[in-house]
Design a protein around this ligand. Structure first.
Ligand code: HEC
Length: 160
C-alpha cells in the first residue's frame, strides 16, 4: 500500500468532500484505514481537527523553546514568563489574532507604540513563525481555534 501518499491526502482532505457513491467506497475504506494508521502515528497530535501537521508543530516547538520561551514562559500555560510578556495559552490574547497578524508582530513588520518585544525579521522566516503559531494551536481549545481561524480568514480577505 502506498501509505506515504495516502497519508498526506487524508491529512489535507476534509472528510465532508468524500461522497458515498459506490465508486468511492473502496477509497473510503482505504482512507479510513489510512486515517486509523495516522492516528496511530500521531498525525496532528494534540489538535488534529485543525489539520495541524506534527512535523511543523515539532519545528515550531523547537523554535519557541530556543527564542521565545525565556520571555513568554511555557507555551501551554505561560508558566515562568516575564511579567510584561503575555502568555500564548488559552488565557492569553494571541489566539485573538490572525496568523498573518501574528507573523507581522513577530517579524516586526507590524509595529505598535511602546513595543518591548524584539523583532525577529532577518532571524526567523515567515514559515518558521507559522511553525511556532502551529505549535501554539496545539495548546488551544476548539473555541480558540475556531475564533482564530475566522480571524485568519478575515485577515486574508482584507489583504486581497
Ligand atoms: C525579550 C522578551 C521577548 C522575547 C524573546 C519574545 N517576546 Fe513576544 N512579547 C514580549 C513582550 C514584552 C510582549 C508584549 C508586547 C510588547 O511589549 O511588545 C510580547 C508580545 C508578543 C505577541 C503578541 C501577543 C498578543 O497577545 O497580542 C506575540 C504573538 C509574541 N510576543 C510572540 C513571540 C514569539 C513567537 C517569540 C519568539 C520567536 C517571542 N514573542 C519572543 C517579549 C518577548
Amino acid at each position: 500500500m502506498p501509505s506515504g501518499r495516502v497519508r498526506v491526502k487524508v491529512c489535507l482532505l476534509p472528510t465532508s468532500n468524500m461522497t458515498m457513491s459506490k465508486h468511492t467506497i473502496s477509497m473510503r475504506l482505504l482512507a479510513a484505514l489510512a486515517g486509523f494508521l495516522l492516528l496511530a502515528a500521531g498525525c496532528g497530535g494534540g489538535s488534529g481537527s485543525d489539520g495541524l501537521n506534527s512535523s511543523q508543530v515539532a519545528r515550531g516547538r523547537a523554535i519557541y523553546v530556543a527564542s521565545c520561551q525565556q520571555c513568554h514562559g511555557e507555551a501551554a500555560t505561560g508558566e515562568g514568563r516575564a511579567p510584561n510578556a503575555p502568555p500564548h495559552s488559552v488565557e492569553g490574547h494571541t489566539w485573538h489574532h490572525a496568523d498573518g497578524l501574528l507573523v507581522g508582530v513577530v517579524l516586526g513588520t507590524f509595529q505598535y507604540p511602546g513595543r518591548e518585544m524584539p523583532s525577529f525579521g532577518g532571524v526567523l522566516t515567515e514559515a518558521q513563525v507559522l511553525d511556532v503559531v502551529a505549535y501554539f494551536k496545539t495548546n488551544w481549545g476548539k473555541d480558540q481555534l475556531d475564533f482564530q481561524a475566522e480571524a485568519s480568514r478575515n485577515w486574508e480577505a482584507q489583504q486581497r
